[in-house]
Design a protein around this ligand. Structure first.
Ligand code: FAD
Length: 297
């Protein structure tokens, strides 16, 4: 089967911030064979829940893995395609009486994006129950790495350093009663509802990484970030490390707000916050300058 390809694709409705512009070419492979038939260069994304896309779009090819969502199990092991979303993974594991992925129930990202970032919540990270990861890069082809070889750290994996693409992930879980697992998932969801905005308020999760030994939310709270806004984007009133976009703000509004937040913390505490949210797109001069402030180490 040929890969589904869309040209001049308006990405806005697929990003969780509900911002972005036209992408020159977007490919939607359904499985590994289709993925491997796509000619590089391209950039790979999952559910765009950690990516801010420029309002002027991106001149190039991106691959969205959301249709690579096959999931199987043998005994206590589950293999998930890179496009499987957190809730589907959690619920599948629960239906098999397998524990370890309960905390993923409220994660809007894909398995590929979560491995790339080593996504975590409430003291658990996705790497905790990874057995192996099937990866791809044009120079090496398809290969497998064990959990230890993935070099997982806080919000990091080998994928960032080496540009490896996640195709499939094998998880090793432990047996437990489905009722107990469902109960833990319910508690996780309740905790999220009170600590994070739901997707009905467009957002991209935490904006900044926690600096070592501190919390970005605490620092931002202390500089009064909860009352900051630019255009249609504003800092969430319940947690200062989230930006929500209820009034159709643009990606430029969000970039400006991020800079304002970062600058205030730098001025008051001499601490540099670095974004967890990534940026994709054609950079005009204004975006280029804002990205320099935000992303340069
Ligand atoms: C409401 C909400 C709550 C959130 N809660 C949390 C949370 O509790 N903990 C947390 O850690 N994050 C959280 N996030 C952020 C986000 O969901 C995670 O960072 C997630 O891992 C991103 O996955 P994605 O598929 O959306 O990635 P995308 O935004 O599509 O991509 C992010 C990065 O991953 C790379 N990538 C994507 N797929 C692949 C692949 N197959 N192979 C290699 N690289 C790939 C992309 O190139 C990009 O650099 C939250 C976001 C929202 C909107």
């Amino acid at each position: 089967m040929a890969v589904e390809i869309c040209e001049n694709f308006d990405i806005k409705n697929l990003t969780t911030f509900k911002t972005g512009g036209l992408i020159e070419r977007v490919c939607f492979p359904k499985n590994i064979d289709e993925f491997l038939s796509i000619k590089p260069p391209y950039k790979v994304f999952g559910n765009l829940s950690n990516t801010l896309v420029s309002s002027s779009g991106y001149d190039g090819t991106i691959v969205l893995t959301s249709k690579m969502d096959n999931i199987t199990s043998i005994g206590t092991s589950i293999t998930a395609g890179c496009g499987v979303k957190g809730p589907k993974l959690s619920q599948f594991a629960a239906s098999k009486g397998l524990s370890g992925l309960e905390f993923m129930i409220g994660f809007p990202g894909s398995v590929g994006g979560e491995i790339f970032m080593n996504a975590s919540a409430n003291g658990q990270c996705i790497s905790d129950c990874v057995k192996s990861v099937t990866l791809f890069c044009p120079e090496k082809g398809v290969f497998k790495l064990s959990r230890d070889e993935m070099e997982f750290e806080y919000r990091k994996s080998i994928c960032q350093r080496k540009n490896f693409i996640v195709l499939e992930v094998e998880f090793e879980l432990s047996e437990d009663g489905t009722e107990k697992i469902n109960d833990r998932m319910k508690k996780n969801l309740e905790f999220r509802k009170s600590h994070q905005p739901s997707l009905s308020l467009p957002n991209c999760g935490s904006i900044f990484k926690n600096p070592e030994g501190d919390s970005a939310g605490r620092l931002l709270d202390e500089v009064g970030a909860k009352s900051m806004n630019v255009g249609g984007a504003k800092v969430w009133e319940n947690h200062a490390n989230f930006i929500v976009n209820p009034n159709g703000g643009s990606s430029l509004d969000i970039l400006k707000l991020m800079c304002m937040m970062k600058n205030r913390v730098k001025e008051k505490f001499e601490i540099n916050l670095y974004p967890e949210v990534l940026y994709l797109g054609n950079r005009n001069e204004e975006e280029e300058n804002l990205c320099k402030i935000l992303y340069q180490k």
